[in-house]
Design a protein around this ligand. Structure first.
Ligand code: M6R
Length: 364
């Protein structure tokens, strides 16, 4: 049942290329993204006010990437909410808004309650769900399924990957419908998105390198992930993955926020995992990494192939292939998932069933 892999988590990470193709290719027609929801016409997309992205845990982190993509590509305001906050906050929702509910299982109790709240306010709800016929899929106005196949490991990996894909498809169609992207640009991004299944294959093949890296950090007590923009969204997810399965304390910060408090925790030998894949803020993140290094941190830097890394900034550098900055999260998440996986394996943890956690949280 694990297809020759020692754990479901590793099997599922390796299923990501197939999940991307299954999720994206049926939604591309004439090289343009198609949502395949008759009611969400281009005219309707043009009238959307604010997009609210709501979920828990990893699904909420996918929402963070979605927000950044929707704002960057379509210039539509987007908010991310933790479902358990949203449902009790009396959120401000307008009839022209759209609520996007994100859930792998489709059964998370807080997420379902958030959906019901949005519906009771008369706001249309689009659900991005992996499990066909689940409670969330049934309660939503519109559904875009992710085609990850069954996800068994408690730590979500391939489902997150395809949640990102659906959010990119949505952001691209929204941007196209609203004239924020030309047809040519929309086709370019759509082709790049389809190509993600190929882009990540070398990252999966790099697993021995990531395993070696994990072996050098295996005794870590506590570490920090930093990044800006898309890299901040990925910091949150990389950090969650690591803590939930390897039990290493980990926190994620927007890189510029570090000096507002957290930097006091940076002492000799503390690992800082710096994500610097975005050209527009590259130098800023590098300078934050350098600040931690000068306080003794071990800096593990994830950046792109051609990026110039100044002397003395990083202890280790992991290089990704060049790829469009906006879609880079699809490539970057793979080594972060593998890093968490190997940390957990090397620390002797129960990778697929971490303590205290359930695959689907059906109580609040
Ligand atoms: O099934 P859902 O996507 O609604 O689940 C949401 C979270 O419970 C889930 O993503 C959780 O954070 C995972 N353990 C993360 O790996």
């Amino acid at each position: 049942e694990k297809g020759g892999y020692p754990h479901f988590m590793l099997k599922e990470i390796n299923e990501e290329p197939a999940a991307i193709t299954a999720t994206v290719s049926p939604r591309v027609e004439n090289s343009l993204p198609e949502l395949r929801i008759p009611e969400l016409t281009d005219e309707k997309l043009r009238s959307i006010g604010t997009v609210h992205l709501v979920g828990c845990g990893t699904a909420m982190h996918a929402g963070m990437v979605g927000k950044t993509a929707i704002e960057a590509l379509a210039r539509v305001p987007a908010e991310v909410d933790i479902a358990s906050e949203f449902r009790y906050r009396d959120p401000i929702l307008k009839p022209e808004d759209l609520v996007i509910i994100i859930s792998q299982s489709g059964e998370t109790s807080d997420t379902l309650a958030a959906l019901k709240l949005a519906k009771s306010r008369g706001v249309p709800v689009l659900a991005i769900v992996n499990v066909v016929g689940s409670s969330i899929a049934r309660a939503a106005d519109y559904v875009m399924y992710t085609y990850a196949g069954p996800e068994i490991a408690v730590a979500s990996t391939k489902a997150y990957m395809v949640q990102l894909c659906v959010l990119y498809l949505f952001a691209l169609r929204l941007a196209y419908a609203r004239g924020q992207l030309t047809e040519e640009k929309t086709k370019y991004y759509t082709a790049q998105l389809l190509h993600a299944s190929e882009v990540i294959k070398p990252r999966l093949a790099d697993c021995e390198q990531i395993k070696y890296l994990a072996s050098r950090y295996v005794n870590t007590q506590s570490c920090f992930f930093i990044g800006r923009g898309f890299d901040y969204a990925l910091s949150l997810e990389g950090s969650l993955k690591l803590k939930e399965i390897s039990y290493v304390h980990s926190d994620a910060y927007a890189a510029g926020e570090l000096k507002h408090g957290t930097i006091s925790l940076i002492t000799d030998g503390v690992p800082v995992i710096a994500l610097a894949t975005q050209k527009n803020v590259y130098e800023k993140t590098i300078s934050n990494a350098k600040e931690t290094r000068s306080r003794g941190a071990r800096v593990l830097l994830f950046t792109t192939k051609d990026a110039e890394v100044p002397e003395g900034v990083a202890t280790e550098v992991i290089r990704l292939d060049e790829y469009d900055d906006i879609l880079m999260p699809l490539q970057l998440i793979v080594p972060l998932q593998l890093f968490a996986y190997y940390m957990a394996v090397l620390r002797g943890c129960d990778v697929d069933k971490p303590r205290n956690l359930a695959k689907s949280v059906t109580v609040e």
